[in-house]
Design a protein around this ligand. Structure first.
Ligand code: ADP
Ligand code: MG
Length: 241
C-alpha cells in the first residue's frame, strides 16, 4: 500500500496553448479511495496517465509511497490501471491476459502465476472464463477480467479511468458495489475517475472535483454537497441553492 502525492502537477499540450492539468496538488492517503470527477475534457485522464507514468508532466511531481517517481518509467511503477475500453489483449485467453501483467511485474514461475490467476479468478467469479478470448465475452465480463488483471498484480495503487462507462445502467450499479467491496477487502489505495456526478457521490471516501484542468475542491461527498466552494461545484454536484 502507498500514499499518492501530486505536487503542483502540470501538463501543457500544443506548445503551452492548452493547459490540460493546471498545477494540481492532491494527497491520497494509504488505502484511501478518492474519486476524481469533472466534465469531459477537464483533465482527468491526463492526470491519471501522469500518475501511471504513461505521460510525463510539463512540471510538478508525482510521489508514490513518498518516493518521487516523476522520472520513473511506467513499468517500474507499482500501479495498475483499469480503462473504459478494457484494453485486453485480443489474441490472448483470459488466463494469459491476467498472467501477462504478472510476468512483467514479478519473477514468479509459471505454476505460481497460474495459482495466483486461479485465486483472483475465483474472487472475481470468472473461473469459467479463463480459457475464453475477449471477443467471446460480454462487456461486463470483459470489465471483470480487466479488474482481475489489475488485482492479480497486487499493486500499491489502483487507477480507474471511467471503467464502467461502457456498461449498461444495471450492470454499472452492480459493478460499483463490487469495486467498493474489493477495495474494502484489499485496502489498496485507489484513484477512480468518472464524469458521472451520481457515480462520484456514491463512490469513494473523498471527492476531488476538477474543471478546466483545475482541482476545484476536495472533500467527502457530504461536505462537497452541503458546502460547495464555488458556483461550479454546487452546480456540478446538484447542491440546493
Ligand atoms: P478528461 O479525461 O477529463 O475527459 P483529458 O485529460 O482526456 O480529459 O483531456 C484534457 C484536455 O487535454 C482536453 O482538452 C484534451 O483534448 C487535451 N488532450 C489530452 N491528451 C492530449 C494529447 N495527447 N494531445 C493534445 N491534447 C490532449
Ligand atoms: Mg478521460
Amino acid at each position: 500500500m502507498a500514499t499518492v502525492t501530486l505536487d503542483t502537477l502540470r501538463k501543457e499540450f500544443d506548445s503551452g496553448r492548452l493547459v490540460a492539468v493546471d498545477d494540481v496538488s492532491l494527497e491520497v492517503a494509504d488505502g484511501e479511495f478518492v474519486t476524481v470527477v469533472g466534465p469531459s475534457g477537464c483533465g482527468k485522464s491526463t492526470t491519471l496517465r501522469m500518475i501511471a507514468g504513461l505521460e510525463g508532466p510539463t512540471s510538478g511531481r508525482v510521489l508514490i509511497g513518498g518516493e518521487d517517481v516523476t522520472d520513473v518509467n511506467a513499468r517500474h511503477r507499482d500501479v495498475a490501471m483499469v480503462f473504459q475500453n478494457y484494453a485486453l489483449y485480443p489474441h490472448k485467453t483470459v488466463r494469459q491476459n491476467m498472467a501477462f501483467g504478472l510476468r512483467m511485474s514479478t519473477d514468479l514461475g509459471s505454476d505460481e502465476r497460474n495459482a495466483k490467476v486461479d485465486e483472483t479468478a475465483a474472487m472475481m467469479g470468472i473461473e469459467e472464463l479463463l480459457d475464453d478470448r475477449p471477443n467471446e465475452l460480454s462487456g461486463g465480463q470483459k470489465q471483470r477480467v480487466a479488474l482481475g488483471r489489475a488485482i492479480v498484480r497486487e499493486p500499491d495503487v489502483f487507477l480507474f479511468d471511467e471503467p464502467l462507462s461502457n456498461l449498461d445502467a444495471k450492470l454499472r450499479t452492480s459493478m460499483r458495489t463490487e469495486i467498493q467491496r474489493l477495495q474494502d477487502e484489499l485496502g489498496t489505495t485507489a484513484i477512480y475517475v468518472t464524469h458521472d456526478q451520481e457515480e462520484a457521490m456514491t463512490m469513494g471516501d473523498r471527492l476531488a472535483i476538477m474543471n478546466d484542468g483545475v482541482l476545484q475542491q476536495t472533500g467527502t461527498p457530504t461536505d462537497v454537497y452541503t458546502t460547495p466552494n464555488s458556483e461550479f461545484v454546487g452546480g456540478f454536484v446538484g447542491s440546493p441553492s
